[in-house]
Design a protein around this ligand. Structure first.
Ligand code: UD1
Length: 430
């Protein structure tokens, strides 16, 4: 099993290039199969979850060509089954996007219930409620969602909770329904807009994505197009917070600063200097870090996917901070690991009370999930001494060449797979 070995204490400095948004890409790959023509997608992140999704659509007959690691051409004409189920797809949460895409196109789908990071109960009741409102008969049997409709009929749906996945999924199915669908209390995340933009480029008629009311006029068919995925706000935020925790100076390039507003605002509150450019953000973290309060919220609020990274920054900020996690109930699993590195954090229900310590000390920790894993790597880069992060499989689900990018910023980090390699790293840096 691969691990990261990290020698902390070096401020990160330099420039880092951000890739395409993983969570947008997952939905976009599903949406691409809705046409019988070739959809070309650029700025595709080359990470594990994406590759699982591509394999899944290939298994059901889609033609997938990868001219380079960041470009894919998808043609859904030869799809020969609507049954998507393999051991890999069960591991990723976004497998549910194949429901919306296949229901839209074939009025039928059979997809293994989603897995993903164990950060909470993560039901899909809102997705199913939306499909049912469109006229789909939905059953759950043998660990699969089985959906079938005679016709998809446009409808008016109010989502009881703001859900990114449900919004996108209903939008995909409704794109090929008869008549008009209105989704109220829709999620406003940038990737909802990105998927709507792609579908519109394919011939759909979707208005209002990015607001809380989305109106979709169903069309009969979707067509070929070329599309470039937006950059990943969470990958960007992760490097920004790594700069903060290591007291570095990093220019994070190829981003949309508007999408980073909540992430940036908190960095300024804790004492970092931020410079914004058209498509880059520079974080200068020369000053001591200060405490603050954070609550995760749906976009444009502070993203739950940045919560563990924020926890790591606040763990070494002066004073007492709190983080309230309002989206997922099980997102503090990094706290026990961080406490092993000398942090002083207590979790009470959905609030973490963080008493800042002067510094972390290197320890052996394991990544409990994707973002928590990335956060522990940041802690390792900030810590005194050597940190070993186990279970980096999770991190690789969502970060492309993570260790290479961090090393290019001066981070002393290496991916290893044996005790011998860890010893070699220690000798090399001593
Ligand atoms: C997506 C992201 C994930 C991010 C999350 C919130 C993907 C693949 N994953 O997850 O990285 O952390 O948005 O920004 O894009 N809920 C229900 N019923 C449902 C659906 C959701 O109760 O049918 C609840 C969830 O448990 C959670 C909240 O709604 O408490 C928001 O979840 P949602 O926005 O749907 O998250 P995901 O789409 O799963």
């Amino acid at each position: 099993m691969d691990q990261y070995v990290i020698k902390g204490g070096t401020p990160l400095t330099g420039e880092v290039e951000i890739g395409g948004a993983k969570n947008a890409a997952l939905a976009i790959i599903a949406a691409a199969v809705m046409a019988d023509e070739t959809v070309t997608i650029e700025n595709l992140p080359d990470v594990r979850d994406i590759n699982v999704m591509l394999k899944a659509i290939e298994h059901i007959g889609a033609i997938v060509e990868r001219p380079d690691r960041h470009t894919v051409r998808i043609n859904g004409k030869y799809i020969n089954t609507v049954n998507v189920d393999d051991e890999y797809i069960r591991k990723i949460r976004a497998s549910y996007y194949l429901l919306g895409a296949l229901i839209g196109k074939y009025k039928e789908a059979q997809v293994a219930l989603p897995g993903g990071c164990a950060i909470g109960a993560r039901p899909i009741d809102l997705h199913l409620k939306g499909f049912r409102a469109l006229g789909v008969q939905v059953d759950i049997a043998h660990g699969q969602v089985i959906a079938k409709a005679e016709h998809l009929k446009g409808t008016h749906i109010y989502l009881d909770k703001v859900s990114v996945g449900a919004t996108i999924n209903i939008m995909m199915a409704a794109a090929l329904a008869e008549g008009r669908t209105i989704i109220e209390n829709a999620a406003k995340e940038p990737h909802v807009v990105d998927v709507a933009n792609l579908l519109n480029r394919m011939g759909a008629s979707i208005r209002g994505a990015g607001t809380d009311v989305i109106r979709i006029q169903g069309v009969q068919k979707l067509y070929k197009t070329d599309y470039t995925i937006i950059s990943d706000q969470i990958e960007a935020g992760t490097y920004m917070y790594a700069a903060a925790a290591t007291h570095g100076d990093v220019l994070v390039k190829n981003v949309i600063p508007k999408h980073l507003e909540a992430t940036s605002a908190k960095l300024i509150e804790v004492g970092c200097e931020l410079k914004e450019y058209d498509d880059a953000v520079r974080v200068i973290a020369k000053n001591p870090l200060r405490h603050t309060q954070v609550t995760t919220l749906a976009y444009p609020g502070f993203p739950t996917d940045m919560q563990p990274q924020m926890g790591v920054v606040l763990g070494i900020a002066h004073g007492t901070s709190t983080i309230t996690e309002s989206i997922f109930e099980n997102r503090f699993k990094y706290v026990d690991e961080l406490n092993k590195m000398g942090a002083n954090i207590k979790v009470e229900s959905n609030i973490a009370i963080i008493n800042g310590v002067e510094k972390y000390s290197g320890a052996r920790v394991s990544a409990p999930d994707l973002r928590a894993g990335a956060a522990l790597v940041i802690a390792g880069l900030a810590a005194e001494g050597i940190t070993i992060v186990d279970d980096i499989y999770y991190i690789e689900r969502g970060y492309e060449r993570f260790e290479e990018k961090l090393a290019s910023l001066g981070g002393l980090i290496k991916k290893v797979s044996s005790e011998k390699e860890i010893q070699k790293f220690k000798l090399m840096i001593s």
